[in-house]
Design a protein around this ligand. Structure first.
Ligand code: AMP
Length: 432
């Protein structure tokens, strides 16, 4: 069945709507105001009313569109209104997510939006001790955000009871499929009460995701945000043709020319992440890296340093950074093009979040051109090219403070100099 898109004009007509006009609890409104959220984003405008009515929702929306609050606002409101006791009464809403970072991030949004309400949220994920999580699960808890592995462990050990859940949220369902959690998603349905509301969120859509979605939701309200252009309209993205060995000089220049900006740099592998960080260090640029090889504690630490702005450059691989909400990232640099075209959308979605504007640039080497073509096919249109002539390109190479590069230049100059010396020598030889 094709997805019927609700990308309607309704949104435009009522875009003047403010959170103050919503029939939601006073406490939630106050929390929204404190966060500076006055008007709903598109996805919030379309999702909040049906969720409040108890309907299933199937939403295709990229990160950065405000989708977390799109489900958190109505869920908190529903639970807050219904709750009559502060005693532990069982978990009412389960949010399943693909990664630990996303679990923490969604937990943070729930905490902020549920202040002064009766709603309590908590997150569980692997890679950290489970004892503390078990203790917390025994206390009063309404919303649980979980990654599949740790959740099933705790269910099977009898620490986690899901029999009172009446709202199931699957966030970044496409990423869960990529990570092989499809069976877990089907399994979780069996552990929940027969009737419950399901909210299915995915950044991208394909046949497999549609099949999964329709097996989970009933008569869902379908919502798609910007179906024609998967990249948020807040992001100005382009591609610059730069050879592999020169990329670090362009990054150096970008960073030095934007010393106050937060820049998120994507690379293909963890080895490359470390290598780029070293290259930046050599030219006096402090950066941090995040990738699968890092301990959970380090990963949170790195994220916090970058979030707070203590370090302005974060170098990341796709898996580690997907779905992560970092405030005020001005630039995303696709230092390496992603191997999977759809990751391009996730990467550039790290900037231009909510109602902010953002910039993204991809460094594309000659050998990466086929990947660029794939990305453009995925996007359904070409990416605009950064205008750069030979002189500008060379200026950037000259701009570097990299001693290694200076050495290279010196060696080159030296070779050139030697070759000019050799010629007359040969000449002399001939004369003898
Ligand atoms: P998300 O797509 O849930 O990761 O949210 C992306 C960003 O948008 C976050 O930094 C939110 O704080 C911000 N945001 C969400 N809703 C709103 C809103 N109604 N007004 C302004 N910013 C928002």
């Amino acid at each position: 069945m094709p997805l019927k898109l609700l990308f309607s004009k309704q949104g435009q007509k009522l875009s003047g709507m403010r959170f103050d006009d919503y029939h939601i609890s006073f406490e939630v409104k106050k929390n929204l105001a404190k966060l500076g959220f006055t008007k709903p984003t598109d996805i919030q405008f379309k999702s909040i009313p049906p969720i409040l009515k108890g309907e299933d929702v199937l939403a295709i929306a990229q990160t950065g569109t405000g989708k977390t609050a799109a489900f958190a606002i109505p869920v908190i409101d529903i639970i807050h209104r219904k709750k009559t006791t502060s005693r532990a009464d069982g978990i009412k809403c389960l949010v399943m997510v693909p990664t630990r970072e996303l679990a923490e991030q969604i937990h943070g949004v729930f905490e902020k939006l549920s202040k002064h309400t009766k709603v309590k949220a908590f997150s569980i994920y692997g890679g950290v001790e489970q004892d503390k999580q078990i203790v917390r699960l025994q206390e009063s808890l309404d919303v649980l955000i979980a990654t599949p592995g740790r959740m099933f462990d705790l269910v099977s050990q009898g620490h986690l009871n899901l029999s009172r859940v009446d709202i199931l949220i699957l966030d970044e369902a496409d990423h869960m499929l990529d990570l092989g959690f499809v069976k877990d998603i089907y399994d979780i349905k069996k552990k929940l009460p027969r009737t419950h509301q399901t909210l299915f969120f995915s950044a991208t859509i394909n046949e497999q995701i549609k099949k999964l979605a329709y097996s989970l939701v009933k008569n869902a309200i379908r919502i798609q945000i910007s179906p024609k252009d998967p990249v948020s309209k807040n992001v100005n993205h382009s591609v610059a043709f730069i050879e592999m060995d020169d990329k670090r000089f362009f990054l150096e220049r970008m960073v030095k020319e934007h010393p106050d900006s937060k820049i998120l740099v994507f690379v293909r592998t963890k080895v490359r992440a470390e290598r780029v960080a070293k290259a930046m260090e050599r030219v006096g640029i402090q950066s941090v890296t995040i990738h699968g090889d890092k301990e959970q504690k380090d990963r949170f630490d790195v994220m916090n340093r970058f979030k707070s702005g203590e370090v302005k450059i974060l170098i990341a691989t796709d898996v580690s950074a997907r779905g992560i909400d970092i405030p005020n990232v001005e630039y995303v640099v696709n230092y390496d093009l992603p191997e999977q075209a759809e990751n391009y959308v996730h990467r550039v979605g790290r900037t231009g979040r909510g109602r902010e504007k953002g910039f993204a640039v991809a460094f594309c080497s000659t050998e990466e051109i086929p990947m660029l073509k794939e990305i453009e096919t995925f996007l359904g249109k070409p990416i605009s090219v950064v205008d750069m002539d030979k002189n500008e390109y060379q200026d950037t190479l000259d701009f570097t403070e990299d001693v290694d590069n200076n050495w290279k230049d010196l060696i080159k100059e030296n070779e050139a100099f030697l070759s000019t010396l050799k010629k007359p020598n040969k000449g002399k030889k001939g004369k003898r």
